[in-house]
Design a protein around this ligand. Structure first.
Ligand code: UD2
Length: 315
């Protein structure tokens, strides 16, 4: 059994990761429940939960030194681009300062057990650059404080590997979907919002979906179980040390396609309100995942299978 820390472990990706790794590891979760939810992690075995902020330096330093983790997944973040534009300084503290503090604490630790720290970055770092698919060495054009913080954090994370021997990797998530993603925030992922509207329609509740633009914009949607698999492969591979990886599927799907797939699968239609394109929206996004594939990763979920699995979970 290994000791693993998951910051943001009650959140969407974190809780799905913990559910898998807690079967054979001892897991500590740190989450202030600002975005995560306690019910996401209820009744999981081998889990210790601390309702704490990653900005609580005394707490973070103590737990990192005392527990001397084998592996750390740093997923805690204010995962909203819009929020970062409204509150750049506060989001910077969570999305950047917390990373540097963890890295510094690890650097100074003697007899460190750590085999790998993984930092969760985002496809947001590529901005609206037109080169497709996005390779890890494609141009970086951050368009928000969120994207700058993610890029700086991922770079520092890798630099601590190269300069100080703290073993690290970074990942750039594309559009992740699946159970435990909260559809109620206006900044939630389009998949969780869409599925929520269909579920409402089935319950005869108000179910209109606001479509920004013509629906022909595309994204690389990856099911959260595939993300969890990618994280574990990266954490346990020697070749991934000191490197950054795209975490996507390599396939793009338009929002119009998503709507027809869900409609067909549920045999339901919802009302679509066509609105102006969202300002700053990217037209197309898809990952090149050859580097991840080289570590042995294969995508398990097509968009059809992933959606079926997600919808079954909601039954
Ligand atoms: C994702 C991330 C964002 C940032 C960005 C970087 C999420 C939720 N957002 O934004 O944090 O990392 O990638 O590129 O993962 N849409 C609608 N109706 C809705 C919601 C969305 O039409 O109610 C459209 C939206 O205008 C966009 C597409 O659906 O064209 C996808 O939107 P999104 O917010 O799920 O994801 P994205 O890629 O814009």
């Amino acid at each position: 059994m290994k000791k693993i820390l998951v910051t943001g472990g009650a959140g969407f990706i974190g809780s799905n990761l913990v559910k898998k790794i807690c079967i054979s590891n001892e897991v500590v979760i740190i989450d202030d429940l600002s975005m995560g939810r306690k019910k996401n992690i209820n009744n999981l075995p081998n889990v210790t939960f601390y309702e704490k902020s990653v900005l609580d330096r005394h707490f973070m330093e103590d737990i990192l030194i005392q527990e001397n983790f084998d592996c750390i997944y740093h997923l805690a973040a204010i995962a909203s681009v819009a929020d970062s534009i409204e509150r750049p300084s506060e989001t910077h503290e969570v999305n950047f300062d917390s990373t540097l503090f963890i890295l510094e604490t690890l650097r100074k630790m003697e007899n460190r057990n750590l085999k790998r720290l993984i930092f969760s970055s985002s496809a947001a770092v590529y901005g609206d650059d037109k080169e497709l698919p996005k390779k890890e060495n494609s141009p970086i054009k951050p368009l928000s404080p969120y994207a700058i913080d993610k890029f700086s954090s991922e770079k520092y994370t890798l630099m601590y590997n190269d300069l100080y021997g703290v073993p690290t990797s970074s990942v750039r998530f594309f559009n992740v979907y699946g159970p435990n993603q909260n559809p109620s925030s206006p900044y939630s992922g389009v998949m969780s919002i869409l599925v929520d509207r269909y579920v409402k329609k089935i319950k005869n509740e108000s179910s209109e979906f606001n479509l920004f633009g013509d629906g022909e914009q595309s994204r690389d949607f990856i099911y959260v179980d595939d993300v969890v698999k990618a994280l574990e492969i990266i954490a346990y591979s020697n070749d991934s040390k000191g490197k950054v990886y795209n975490v996507g599927t390599g396939n793009e799907t338009t929002i119009n396609d998503l709507i027809s797939i869900i409609s067909r699968y549920l045999n339901e239609e919802i009302k679509i309100n066509k609105l102006e394109e969202r300002s700053g929206d990217i037209k197309k996004s898809v990952a090149d995942i050859s580097n991840l594939r080289e570590l042995g990763f294969e995508v398990d979920y097509t968009i059809d299978n992933g959606l079926k699995s997600y919808l079954k979970f909601l039954d």
